[in-house]
Design a protein around this ligand. Structure first.
Ligand code: 0A1
Ligand code: ZN
Length: 849
């Protein structure tokens, strides 16, 4: 187990590696308790390095032997690695180590999942496999031999010789060790082929456990569409003879882009209509694309060091969002991305875990696979694209691939490409990478004599270690609507670069209604004095789909806050605006479903804080419920009609159009179920032939308080399917009454199918607890206690997942003194666990501040 005494590592301390690697040969003799790994590595001194200290990372390895150029050596071994006297000239290092994959519960390095061997090396897991310079700026070609009696043995690159008991692989593309992968097991494949634009034939496989073969077709189709899209849109072709994907049940994250051998959490690749919801299908498509796109943005061009993580992640998230927008609905994708950004990244930016898109220090890099690095990292690229235009972006990307192919790069390299290709100075833009926190952008308006003046003021609040912020360049897309709802000024991009700056629109016939930050053109919090009449006007008339939805969302937030703070009743004007949107058949049903969804309890808690109040999770929960009830009453007939009209006939398909229709009918069902005792939901449950319909019916039955029989039936029907059962676990927690959430969670941990060893199951239960604010933050403190109890237990097995889940506590400063005390007590109890991991130690320390 790792210790807590992790030193802090700083970006400013980067030095180039003393030795580079030409090639690596690895032989694995697989055995659960005693796998032997033999390595032959050709090193050469790095002419660019300042020193000649030879250090190889290595953790939890038993060194059996080592030699340099054939002569045995006795290195100095520490828990972090080894050093040894080496020649100041090229030399060959050979070593043999022993590791125990069956005892690896941290799921980092080589481990076992259901009898199958698999690896996870990002970020620093390769050092648990053998001694190596485990840093991304050391790139080498790998040749791997796997020995075992298992039928399938895979590694990176192209297949070489194979025979009874062994298989060889060679990856011709130099790569850092974090992209290494090995998989071996009794697997079956779903095969296919792809011909690249230049006519190269590529063999494709999705490898799964026997029994899961019928859940691969969608993933395979998504892979082929991703390959084609990257050729069409970015001019990027695949570069090996084979592309393998493997589904693994026990995995800390979603998936991993290892060169030619992507390893997926089975929840992120296995799909069938009977077991996967529409949301699952969309997520799987996006993750398959994301991992595939990494082949160029991450693998061919990688990161110099882990501080540059956003170089590959921000860009790859940006690319997968573009892909989803192209495959499905662009506005719906943008709206759902922004909902997620606000829920996760804004929340992070607003609390003790705030850090820049490119962090400047860390103790444990695994703690920086965050919404800020990924999602804000993608937003930053979206802004860059807006600023330089579509063509400028395309030219810059071509130059990026041309200039940096085969290199390990920095954000400076990335920005330089844009500067060189567009001639634009990006000095100020770079602050988006170095300053943490979400800028507040205030806008004031004045109108006189046909001229509208918009005055923007920007301010970014202090974040840990960054008390003062400089002005950033903020691209603000603005359009203007005339009093009759017609657009009088189409979208135009304003570049706000100063702390305060004004822009004018002249020649207007009447005072317009501005639509500001269209498409959510920058990840900022827009502060604008307005009223609900204007919000309703924008909801009805804005031509920008994002801002149309945003107006409805702001209206809902305001109305809910007034219910909370002033004790008002659900606002009839708001219900009327919802009714008009619901009645507008010209609107995408998915868009209408989004308009009917209220801001989350967590959103409202943050909105309370922004308004200078202390949120009461129970009161927030009740206000939302009252509003849903009012919607159910007021919109009843329209909802019933929409439920009928948008039913999807025929066989299930996961495409955007059917998904949109089901989104609307299922929102309607959830509201109708508040008033019919669950009759309609039970009928849908009984006739459902796909998981989207079945699960939303079950959820609606729980809302109606009539879900017991269906819950039992669901368990009977699906107890053999671990991914479906994850949904069953979560749903009971998210739908429990606030006072019972902790009790229900506790009861589920006693279910025979609950397991701490499987991160998906742990997250299904404790992720659900964290996402049910009125229950998690219940005044009894039972939610906090239960979470801490289990995080303490999990840390001994799986530090990475434990550390990630600590973010459940990141909002503690929002709450009242009693809750603050209870949360900080629990955090201190976690911190005090003897032998606490470095991962969790760092997170708890940062959260406590
Ligand atoms: N690079 C992967 C995600 C990933 C990151 C870290 C991991 O272990 C610490 C595993 C996977 C991606 O972006 O998909
Ligand atoms: Zn990624």
């Amino acid at each position: 187990m790792k210790d807590t005494t992790g030193a802090t590592i700083y970006l400013k301390d980067y030095t180039p590696p003393a030795y580079l690697v030409d090639d690596v040969h690895l032989t694995f003799a697989l055995a659960p308790e005693a796998t032997r790994v033999r390595s032959t590595i050709r090193f050469r001194p790095n002419p660019e390095a300042a020193g000649r200290d030879f250090f190889l990372h290595g953790e939890e390895l038993t060194l059996i032997s080592a030699s340099i150029d054939g002569t045995p050596v006795t290195p100095e071994v520490t828990p972090e690695g080894l050093t040894c006297a080496v020649p100041d000239a090229p030399f060959t290092w050979e070593s043999e180590v022993e590791i125990a994959p069956a005892r690896n519960t941290a799921l980092e390095g080589l481990y076992m999942s259901n009898g199958m061997y698999c690896t996870q090396c990002e970020a620093e897991g390769f050092r648990k496999i053998t001694y190596y310079p485990d840093r991304p700026d050391v790139m080498a070609t790998f040749t791997v031999r796997v020995e075992s009696d298992l039928p399938v043995m895979l590694s990176n690159g192209n297949p070489g010789d194979s025979g009874p008991g062994f298989a060889e692989w060679h990856d011709p593309w130099p790569k850092p060790a974090y992209l290494f992968a090995l998989v071996a097991g009794e697997l079956v494949n779903h095969p296919d082929r792809f011909t690249t634009a230049s006519g190269k034939e590529v063999e494709l496989n999705i490898w799964v456990r026997p029994g899961d073969e019928d859940k691969c077709a969608f993933g395979m189709d998504a892979l082929k569409r991703s390959m084609k899209w990257d050729e069409d849109v970015y001019g990027r072709e695949y570069d090996l003879d084979i592309f393998n994907i493997v589904a693994v049940d026990d995995f800390n994250m979603g998936a991993m882009e290892n060169k030619g051998l992507n390893v997926f959490n089975s929840s992120c690749v296995l799909a069938s209509p009977e077991t996967s919801t529409d949301m699952n299908f969309e997520r799987i498509e996006a993750i398959i694309a994301h991992e595939y796109f990494h082949n160029w943005t991450g693998n061919r061009i990688t990161c110099r060091d882990w501080f540059q993580l956003c170089l590959k992640e921000g860009l790859t998230v940006f690319r997968d969002s573009q892909f989803t927008a192209d495959m499905r609905s662009e506005p719906v994708k943008r709206i759902t991305d922004v909902i997620a950004l606000r829920a996760r990244q804004f929340r992070e930016d607003n609390g003790p875990l705030a850090h820049p898109v490119r962090p400047e220090s860390f103790q444990e890099i695994n703690n920086f696979y965050t919404a800020t690095v990924y999602e804000k990292g993608a937003e930053v690229i979206g802004m860059l694209k807006r600023l330089v235009g579509d063509e400028g972006y395309a030219t810059a990307l071509d130059l990026y691939f041309e200039r940096h192919d085969g290199q390990a790069c920095t954000i400076e390299d990335w920005l330089k490409v844009f500067e060189d290709s567009t001639g634009r100075d990006l000095t100020q833009f770079k602050r988006w990478y170095s300053q943490a926190g979400t800028p507040r952008l205030k806008v004031d308006e004045s109108y006189a004599d046909g001229t509208l003046t918009l005055t923007f003021t920007q301010e970014t609040p202090p974040t840990p270690g960054q008390p003062d912020k400089l002005a950033q360049v903020i691209p603000v897309a603005v359009g203007l609507l005339g009093p009759n709802g017609d657009e009088v000024q189409p979208t135009t991009l304003l570049e706000v670069t100063e702390a305060e700056q004004s822009f004018t629109f002249t020649g207007l016939a009447a005072k317009p209604v501005p639509s500001i930050l269209r498409g959510f053109s920058a990840p900022v919090i827009l502060q604008r004095e307005t009223d609900n009449a204007e919000r309703a006007f924008l909801l009805a008339n804005d031509t920008d789909a994002f801002n149309k939805w945003e107006a409805g969302r702001a209206l809902a937030r305001d109305v809910l806050l007034r219910m909370l703070n002033e004790g008002t009743r659900p606002d009839p004007a708001f219900l009327g605006a919802l009714s008009s949107a619901l009645a507008d058949d010209s609107l995408d049903p998915a868009f209408r479903a989004l308009v009917l969804a209220l801001p989350s309890e967590d959103d409202l808690a943050q909105a309370q804080v922004d308004a200078g109040r202390v949120p009461d999770p129970q009161a927030i929960h009740e206000a939302r419920q009252r509003m849903f009830d009012a919607m159910a009453d007021t919109l009843h007939d329209q909802l019933a009609e929409a439920y009928e009209v948008y039913q999807v006939p025929g066989d299930y398909t996961p495409g955007a159009q059917h998904t949109a229709a089901r989104a609307l009918t299922n929102v309607a069902l959830s509201l109708l179920s508040r008033r019919d005792g669950g009759k309609l939901a039970q009928a849908q449950y009984d006739s459902a032939d796909n998981m989207t319909q079945q699960l939303s019916a079950l959820s609606s039955l729980l809302i109606a308080g009539a879900g017991d029989a269906a819950l039992a039936a669901f368990e009977q029907q699906w107890k053999h399917d671990r991914l479906v059962m994850d949904k069953w676990f979560s749903l009971q927690i998210t739908h429990a009454k606030p006072a019972e959430v902790a009790e229900v969670t506790d009861r589920l941990t006693q279910h025979p199918d609950f397991s701490m060893k499987n991160p998906n199951r742990f997250r299904a239960v404790f992720g659900a607890l964290a996402m049910t604010p009125a229950g998690f933050h219940h005044a009894s403190g039972a939610g906090y206690r239960l979470m801490a109890d289990w995080l303490i237990q999990l840390d001994a097995l799986n530090p990475q997942t434990t550390a990630r889940m600590c973010s459940a506590f990141e909002t503690w400063r929002r709450y009242d003194a009693d809750r603050q005390q209870m949360i900080t007590d629990e955090l201190r109890r976690i911190a005090a666990r003897p032998g606490l991991s470095r991962d969790t130690g760092e997170m708890v320390g940062r959260i406590l501040g």
